[in-house]
Design a protein around this ligand. Structure first.
Ligand code: AMP
Ligand code: MG
Length: 336
């Protein structure tokens, strides 16, 4: 294994991505294709068809980047959690490459991959992770050999909530980045606005979060005539503050002094700003990986695949079936 490349394949939802890490565990940028629904949300079958149609192009790009089968030690893939049809495409591509190159397979936990690429990129030892993506919203930290979920959304993921609100307002997918632009524009142009006019319900429930009530209240505010930019601003403030509050409580309870952000919503400047403010106020540090490693990507799967392979070995062919409902805390952590 020493010196070998590990290839990683990501296909849990809208993104099919193939990346790799070198023998030292250093990731290289991934080759990715993003499924964009023409209307409505992500239909699992349509996203899987997209992945199947794009798989050979991405594999070709990986090979053209200079990676040869003889220098590859293992092929890792997202085994779960995710959309079944999408996961199965990634697993099939991984099995095909592993048998062609005659190397082992490593099935990895997608959520844990976000943590490990973040730890590696931000040089963090034992962080609390605020994982804010399309389908997932969790506050996670390592305790007794597993990444434990200390708080999470009780309904939809924060990114899906933002995308759904944006879609309803006629903004194209993915809506999160559009909401960010509208919120900033509105605030810049309305610095004297009475912000109390745009208060929404708060999404914190104990250590957990819930976003559907926030989404519904934001929609009602637009129906009642509030400017869309103002509601985008307010939606971000409420949703991000709730996430950062749960993360702060997790840091207070565990005594940990590193906050790591991960998931596509962590590309947002405002949530980064809030994470930095909270961490600074409590004498902790916030780590935010580069955007290409916050969104779903094959290199993070390769990063975790390498760690798992070196410390607990490969996944046998018989055990390589996808696990749609895989939980963050089901994966035993055998590496430092
Ligand atoms: P992931 O599921 O981790 O690949 O992340 C995708 C999600 O991130 C989608 O719901 C996007 O709307 C969201 N997202 C990406 N960029 C931003 C941004 N700048 N602000 C808010 N959400 C974002
Ligand atoms: Mg993700």
């Amino acid at each position: 294994m020493a010196g070998g490349i590990v290839v990683g394949i990501e296909s849990t939802a809208h993104t099919l991505s193939i990346g790799s890490v070198d023998g030292e565990g250093e990731p290289t940028p991934s080759f990715s294709a993003f499924f964009r629904p023409e209307e409505g949300g992500i239909h699992p079958r349509e996203a899987a068809d997209h992945h199947a149609e794009n798989a050979s192009t991405l594999v070709r790009q990986l090979l053209d980047s200079g990676i040869e089968g003889k220098s590859v030690s293992a092929v890792a893939f997202s085994q779960g959690p995710g959309l079944g049809p999408c996961l199965r495409v990634g697993a099939s591509v991984a099995r095909a490459l592993a048998s062609k190159w005659d190397v082992p397979l490593v099935g990895v936990n997608h959520c844990v991959a976000h943590i490990e690429i973040g730890r590696q990129q931000c040089k963090m030892d034992d962080p609390v992770l605020l994982y804010v993506s399309g389908g997932n919203t969790q506050v996670i930290t390592r305790m007794a050999g597993r990444y434990r979920v200390l708080g999470e959304t009780l309904d939809i993921g924060i990114g899906n909530m933002l995308d759904k609100f944006a879609r309803e307002q006629g903004l194209p997918f993915p809506g999160g980045p559009k909401i960010e632009i509208l919120a900033k524009q509105w605030l810049d142009e309305n610095s004297d606005a009475n912000l109390d006019d745009y208060i929404l319900p708060y999404a914190v429930h104990g250590m957990d979060l819930a976003f559907s009530g926030l989404y519904a209240a934001a929609s009602r505010l637009v129906e009642r005539g509030a400017p869309l930019g103002a509601v985008c601003w307010s939606l971000q403030e409420h949703a991000f503050a709730a996430c950062v509050e749960v993360a702060e409580r997790a840091m207070a309870h565990t005594g940990k002094r590193e906050l790591l952000l991960g998931g596509g919503v962590a590309c947002n400047q405002r949530i980064k700003e809030m994470a930095n403010l909270m961490s600074n106020e409590r004498g902790a540090i916030a780590g935010i990986p580069p955007a290409r490693y916050c969104v779903d990507n094959g290199s993070m799967i390769a990063t975790l695949g390498r760690l798992q392979y070196l410390n607990s070995g490969p996944t046998s062919f018989d055990e390589s079936a996808v696990k749609q409902g895989l939980r963050t805390d089901e994966t035993q952590i055998s590496w430092p």
